[in-house]
Design a binder for this molecule. Structure first.
Ligand SMILES: CC(C)(COP(=O)(O)OP(=O)(O)OC[C@H]1O[C@@H](n2cnc3c(N)ncnc32)[C@H](O)[C@@H]1OP(=O)(O)O)[C@@H](O)C(=O)NCCC(=O)NCCS
Length: 329
């Protein structure tokens, strides 16, 4: 067995550099990609919400894995703590997972955080993680298949049909850049639109309404935001009624990730989501991206629509949850 040391994360430049290097290999093509972004994200985390890490150091090879525990400030679940595991691909997962899990459990107990539920995620093809979580008493709570659209295989006829239908209803689509120039109070209105849509998104926990500064932190200040890949639908009266965007999480730009897509209830089934998604596809094609990726709860209307638009299913993300008492986790 490899000898490991588990210790708390220290907020030094060296530690952030090591963390960024590990995340780049453990979770390639994802943000945050740099030590600077990681530090910024930590600094912006709202006060009073847990965010801590344990580092698993191998005597021979340096940083082997990182465990992160956090309270999701964007959800109404104050006593739920999330565990996340980032493991170097050359490490033996089963041993590393149990060390990280024990380290995080200790850390949460020492922190004194009141917990009644632990949550974690794994892809269904990450067999060792799924088995580990089940063995710890977690159970699956939600299944969200990933899906991928190859821009070379995208069907442009959808966008023409949807655009025509929308035009007849007086609905228009602006990029975030255009919205900022055209609509004076765009920021609170966009926050409110996103919040209205979020309430209908399938989720393990209800979402909490973000303050303007939380909205800025989660959306507007995200380094993966591209204001020309963010589309907002407005009705004839100028109300904001729908949105969809692509995140530049992959620093190479080869892959773009779909963000929140939604249309307010009173405007659904009129082709507006199709038109918004079509704009994102056109953007991806013109920017030279090869794929758009997303994941949606398997029974959702969004998943049905994505399949209709040509997205092809991949391995699902699985949400897991375990009831605990603060003493027994
Ligand atoms: C999913 C959603 C964006 C669809 O918006 P929309 O503007 O009504 O979608 P469209 O009118 O473009 O629908 C196009 C097609 O998608 C499919 N579709 C849309 N809603 C559906 C539903 N409730 N059930 C099954 N299929 C549905 C249909 O095939 C539909 O074509 P049809 O109306 O000709 O049958 C909307 O229901 C929504 O905002 N939901 C809540 C937010 C959400 O869950 N977003 C996804 C998380 S990112």
């Amino acid at each position: 067995m490899t000898p490991y040391v588990v210790r708390p994360f220290e907020e030094t430049d060296r530690e952030y550099d090591d963390l960024a290097s590990l995340l780049r290999v453990a979770s390639p093509g994802n943000r945050p990609a740099s030590a600077h972004e990681l530090r910024q994200e930590d600094q912006d985390w709202p006060a009073g919400y847990l965010l801590q890490r344990v580092m698993l150091v191998s005597r021979g090879d340096g940083l082997a894995a990182v465990g992160t525990c956090y309270q999701a400030y964007w959800q109404e679940a104050p006593f739920t703590v999330h565990f996340r595991f980032d493991i170097h691909p050359e490490q033996e997962e089963a041993q590393v997972l149990s060390l990280l899990y024990a380290g995080l459990t200790r850390l949460v107990a020492e922190d004194g955080t009141k917990v009644n539920r632990l949550a974690s995620r794994a892809r269904e093809n990450e067999i060792a993680r799924v088995q580990f979580l089940l063995a710890q008493g977690f159970r699956e709570t939600m299944r969200s298949p990933t899906s991928v659209l190859r821009t070379s295989a995208a069907d442009a006829t959808f966008s023409e049909q949807a655009g025509r239908k929308m035009g007849q209803d007086g609905v228009r689509i602006l990029t975030l850049n255009e919205l900022k120039a055209d609509v004076l109070d765009w920021k609170p209105r966009l926050r409110d639109l996103r919040w209205e849509i979020l309430q209908d998104v399938e989720s393990t926990d209800p979402f909490s309404k973000p303050t303007i500064s939380e909205f800025e932190e989660m959306v507007l200040n995200d380094p993966a935001l591209d204001e020309n890949a963010f589309f907002v639908a407005l009705n004839a009266a100028g109300d904001l009624i729908g949105m969809s965007n692509l995140w530049r999480n992959d620093p190479s730009g080869n892959r773009l990730d779909t963000g929140l897509t939604g249309v307010v209830r009173s405007f659904r089934r009129r082709g507006i989501a199709t038109a918004l998604k079509s704009r994102t596809v056109q953007y991806a094609m013109s920017s030279g991206a090869a794929t758009i990726e997303t994941s949606n709860e398997e029974g959702s209307a969004m998943y049905a629509l994505n399949l209709k638009l040509g997205f092809r299913p991949g391995p699902a993300w699985l949400d897991f949850s375990k009831a605990v008492t603060s003493e027994s986790n």
